[in-house]
Design a binder for this molecule. Structure first.
Ligand SMILES: [Zn+2]
Length: 279
């Protein structure tokens, strides 16, 4: 699932390409991904609107539209947004363009651009709503990592007995971190994923706070990690997977100590770590 760095990359890429563009036509190829309103209303309401601003909160992408409404996109497991150039900029865009069989919803924009929303497993959620901040899961979200102060982070840790890795992935605790970045952050912070949050020393809290910021920033800089279905708006892969220290590296030598990287099941998810480097 795209995590904060991937959704932020999509936001950054889209901002450059489609801010100020107008949605001319919407083609719904599979209505299952449209959660709100009814697909026919979704399509009709979007046609003719401009894209004013692109936002992100946690793993949610938000397009602010020219009428003040919002198109929200939750990518879930396999959602992708890919931009392509129209073969012609003329009318009857739908019939004049090659069909993309993976596209669940196709947005035809002016300036000769076509934005495909692909989603192989159909878990994604698209909504056209008045106020994205009223979404139930948004109200439950914890702070954005880049807005969180060190003092608040320390307080949050002290209240929790939970193991640190599932806690970092808990969206109500902190927003945007999933399985990949929880593992990478804990490796860089040299903290064993099974440690309870309360047990971290002052020094470990400090290092963890810094590594959350550093790892996420670096991942954004490299366009995110293409390990499953995630691709950038250009259709190209993000580049950060080649910097992974532990995620997806079970049995391979740790880059620091050469011991094989371990994989365990933790809270129902695979956790990768180095037994020697992470204490
Ligand atoms: Zn190691």
């Amino acid at each position: 699932m795209p995590e904060l760095p991937e959704v932020q990359t999509i936001k950054n890429d889209l901002e450059k390409a489609v801010c100020g563009a107008k949605i001319i036509r919407v083609l719904v190829n599979n209505p299952k991904v449209i959660r709100q309103p009814a697909p026919a209303v979704f399509k009709r309401s979007l046609e003719g609107l401009g894209i004013k601003r692109i936002l992100r909160r946690g793993k949610l992408l938000i397009l602010e539209l020219s009428n003040g409404k919002f198109l929200t996109i939750h990518f879930k497991m396999t959602g992708q947004l890919v931009l392509r150039k129209a073969a012609t900029a003329k009318k009857n865009l739908e019939s004049s363009q090659p069909v993309n069989i993976n596209s669940r919803v196709t947005f035809y924009l002016n300036r000769g651009m076509i934005l495909d929303f692909n989603d192989q497993r159909l878990f994604a959620e698209l909504r056209l709503i008045n106020d994205w901040q009223e979404l139930a899961f948004i109200q439950k979200l914890g702070p954005e990592p880049f807005d969180l102060t060190y003092a608040d982070f320390k307080d949050m840790l002290l209240k929790r007995k939970t193991a640190i890795k599932p806690l970092l992935m808990d969206q109500a605790f902190i927003a945007g971190i999933g399985n990949i970045y929880a593992a990478e952050i804990l490796f860089h912070a040299k903290i064993n994923p099974g440690r309870s949050a309360q047990s971290l020393t002052q020094e470990e809290q400090d290092v963890l706070y810094k590594q959350i910021q550093a790892v996420l920033k670096s991942a954004i800089k490299h366009g995110g990690s293409s390990v499953d279905d995630y691709v950038r708006v250009s259709g190209k892969n993000g580049d950060y997977a080649r910097f992974h220290q532990v995620y997806g590296r079970e049995g391979k030598p740790c880059f620091v100590c050469a011991q094989p990287v371990k994989r365990i099941a933790q809270a129902g998810r695979g956790t990768y770590f180095c037994l020697k480097c992470q204490v």
